[in-house]
Design a protein around this ligand. Structure first.
Ligand code: GDP
Ligand code: MG
Ligand code: K
Length: 296
């Protein structure tokens, strides 16, 4: 059985090039938006694309375009630093518009991004095919692209190819969201990612990146704290041992660090309970995902 792949994809581009149109075509429906508080600290998940083999999570990077005031610079830089964490970046342009200052501004920032950047030339239905080559040459002279993919988001041309290309690019990883459901609670996912991040950082990569964290429940308790129960899933007993640590020390550390991040994300006091479970080949077991609360 082939590995399951998953990863994050950011779509950037000046206004009106068709970013939302593409996302809606890919995902079909919009997922619930996180609270404003959450959006200030984390990028917004815009949509999830799932096949049996892979899952792509599209994120929004607000404030990516050229700031009008100096004050805006900081915001833009913050948005771009988020691009370092994604597995691929789609830089979308519109075939019927000349490269402008807005595009050049984005290109300058993308030059520092280590993830592969795809040039997506949208609205090819609006141009003659002969015009495509000069567009490709013009942009490719500015920076290298992992690939150039001409599409029409409204007509659907080549969108399948774009998805295949992206899936190829994704690293091995779990299916975070159920295939038939775009979660009502994207904050579950973000919380699980915060915990996962602590596991990876604190165990210094002694556990594989395929380690998964599932938030089983999240509710306000009688002490007016957000009570979160989450399970860290690993594939081997030895990995479980590393995560728990001597006398539970490592797990405690993971929990403390994660709790602080979650508290600043949610803007609320949090009581975090963590469990560690071993499940061999858990990624192949869809029923298991359900047990672990992906459908909360
Ligand atoms: P965004 O600002 O980048 O999110 O752009 P939108 O998705 O809102 O699209 C801006 C406009 O371009 C809308 O009127 C879309 O219908 C139109 N549009 C998007 N993709 C295409 C395309 O492939 N072909 C054509 N002809 N129009 C498109
Ligand atoms: Mg839009
Ligand atoms: K969407």
């Amino acid at each position: 059985m082939p590995e399951h792949k998953s990863g994050f994809v950011a779509i950037v581009g000046r206004p009106n090039v068709g970013k939302s149109t593409l996302l809606n075509r890919i995902v079909g429906q919009k997922i619930a938006i996180m609270s404003d508080k959450a959006q200030t600290t984390r990028n917004k998940i815009q949509g999830v694309y799932t096949t049996p083999e892979a899952q792509l999570i599209f994120i929004d990077t607000p404030g990516i375009h050229k700031p009008k005031h100096r004050l805006g610079d900081f915001m833009v830089e913050a948005a771009y630093s988020a691009l370092k964490e994604v597995d691929a970046v789609l830089f979308m342009i519109s075939a019927d518009q000349k490269r402008g200052r807005g595009d050049d501004f984005i290109i300058e920032r993308l030059k520092n991004v280590t993830s592969p950047v795809y040039l997506v030339i949208n609205k090819i239905d609006k141009i003659h095919p002969d015009e495509l080559l000069s567009i490709i040459e013009d942009y490719s002279s500015q920076m290298p692209f992992a690939q150039v993919v001409p599409i029409s988001a409204t007509e659907g041309n080549n969108v399948d190819r774009l998805m295949e290309t992206l899936v190829d690019e994704m690293p091995e990883g779990p299916q975070y969201f159920p295939e038939d459901q775009i979660t009502d609670h994207p904050e579950y996912f973000v919380v699980s990612e915060l915990i996962r991040e602590k596991v990876l950082v604190l165990t210094r990569d002694e556990v594989p990146h395929s380690v998964a964290v599932v938030v089983d429940s999240m509710k306000r308790n009688e002490n007016d704290k957000i009570q979160i129960q989450a399970t860290i899933i690993v594939e081997r007993d030895s990995q479980k041992g590393i995560i728990i640590g001597k006398g539970g020390k490592m797990l405690k550390q993971i929990g403390t660090k994660a709790r602080k991040d979650i508290e600043s994300l949610l803007g609320d006091k949090v009581f975090l309970e963590l469990w560690v479970k071993v499940q061999k080949d858990w990624r192949d077991k869809k029923v298991y995902l359900q047990d672990f609360g992906y459908r909360k």
